[in-house]
Design a protein around this ligand. Structure first.
Ligand code: AMP
Length: 393
């Protein structure tokens, strides 16, 4: 039976799209419309391995992009059974995926106060795609749902409780679809039921997060109220002294928005290295002795190791530590440098397995004598979205 699902991820100036087989996770078609709203708006897609690019009309927006996308899908002859929408913020309301209706749309709009750029773009994508596919079920799959199992001790900040009660200020967590995929994959690798599987999942891409999962449930995660807390990321700072934004505002004479921009877009690997947010570039330059690149990699791995170490106490049944995301899947250097901090706890990597696991291969990378198992698992967030959406078809 046909299980093809259209998966859409609408950003403020882009639409990422794919047709995913909800059973196999294979993408027959995938593409990206970008620079929407600008003169150089364009669309690129890959169909059966063949790449095509074209310019969209000047200042084309989400509507033009989605019209072009539905035409490309129509031309493939595929008859999708559902549309899965990635939605960043589902607040405390959405503990799982939801079929789009007026109540769901209102809630997505309400939560835009906590993720303004993302949720409003997601909403635009849903409303436009509903017009392109009026007869298909549209399903919201939220980045935050997977973390709704966290206990209060993990999600309440040590702030006046009224801020949580009246304004919803708490840790929400993000990258939920990826961590869910990693949990399911680890359970298969370990040959255990998901609800008995315990892992520490490290999603390391441009955005980075670690999640502690005890017996199939998220019990803690490093991203917080927004996707700025926790690890060092490509351009985001992660943890720092919470008095710094106020201090910097005064010292640099900047507005709160400008400081927010500095912490989100000019910090992290880019800020430390003064070179790049791209881990590949940093590794190449570190090899040649670039001091900024060396320091950025060192701080990235040390912060990551500290988080993994702290989550050892949140996962007493730990089965495995898992790396995923562009960096987690491909950088043997980051994995080795991070896991070396655990040598005194008996965790040892197998050098060859660590190299072999790169570039989409994955697998176990620990030596046979290691006290803990470490896996590399290529993530597939689109598959999770497609599989969830298909349940409503
Ligand atoms: P993502 O957001 O998951 O696409 O991940 C993007 C990050 O993965 C960027 O920092 C890339 O530099 C990094 N990355 C991709 N391939 C490699 C590689 N072969 N070695 C190191 N980092 C990589």
């Amino acid at each position: 039976m046909n299980k093809d699902v259209v998966v859409l991820n609408c950003g403020s100036s882009s639409v990422k799209f794919a047709i995913i087989d909800a059973v196999t996770g294979k993408a027959g078609l995938s593409g990206l419309a970008e620079s929407l709203g600008n003169a150089d708006a364009s669309l690129t897609y890959k169909l059966n391995g063949e790449k095509t690019s074209f310019s969209l009309t000047d200042n084309a927006g989400h509507t033009e992009a989605l019209n072009a996308i539905s035409k490309i899908i129509e031309d493939t002859g595929v008859k999708p059974i559902a549309v899965g929408h990635r939605v960043v913020h589902g607040g405390e309301k959405f503990k799982e995926a939801a079929l789009v209706n007026n109540e769901v749309l209102t809630a997505v709009e309400d939560y835009a106060s906590m993720a303004p750029l993302h949720n409003l773009a997601n909403l635009k994508g849903i409303v436009t795609a509903q017009k392109a596919y009026p007869n298909l079920p549209h399903v919201c799959v939220f980045d935050t749902s997977f973390f709704q199992s966290m206990p209060q001790k993990a999600y309440i900040y040590a702030l006046p409780m009224r801020l949580y009660k009246e304004h919803g200020i708490r840790r929400y967590g993000f990258h939920g679809t990826s961590h869910k995929f990693i949990l399911d994959s680890a359970a298969k690798l370990l040959d255990k039921p998901v609800e008995e599987t315990s892992i520490i999942s490290a999603h390391l891409g441009n955005g980075c997060s670690v999640t502690a999962i005890e017996k199939g449930k998220a019990v803690d995660t490093s991203l917080g109220f927004t996707p700025l807390e926790g690890l060092v990321m490509g351009t985001r700072c992660g943890d720092m002294d919470p008095s710094l934004p106020g201090t910097l505002q005064k010292k640099l004479g900047k507005t709160a928005d400008e400081i927010n921009d500095l912490l989100n877009k000019q910090s992290g690997l880019l800020g430390i290295s003064e070179l790049s947010n791209d881990c590949r570039t940093l590794e190449e330059e570190a090899e040649k002795g670039h001091e900024g690149a060396l320091l950025a990699i060192e701080i990235f791995c040390y912060r990551l190791a500290k988080y993994i170490a702290s989550y050892l106490i949140a996962t007493p049944s730990l089965d495995a530590i898992v790396f995923t995301g562009g960096i987690g899947e491909n950088s043997s250097l980051i994995r080795e440098t991070t896991m070396n901090y655990f040598a005194h706890l008996g965790v040892t990597l197998d050098e060859q397995k660590n190299l072999d696991a790169r570039f989409g291969k994955g697998g176990e990378i620990t030596s046979s004598s290691s006290s803990k198992t470490v896996f590399v698992v290529p993530t597939n967030e689109e598959w999770v979205i497609a599989a969830e959406a298909a349940t409503f078809a």
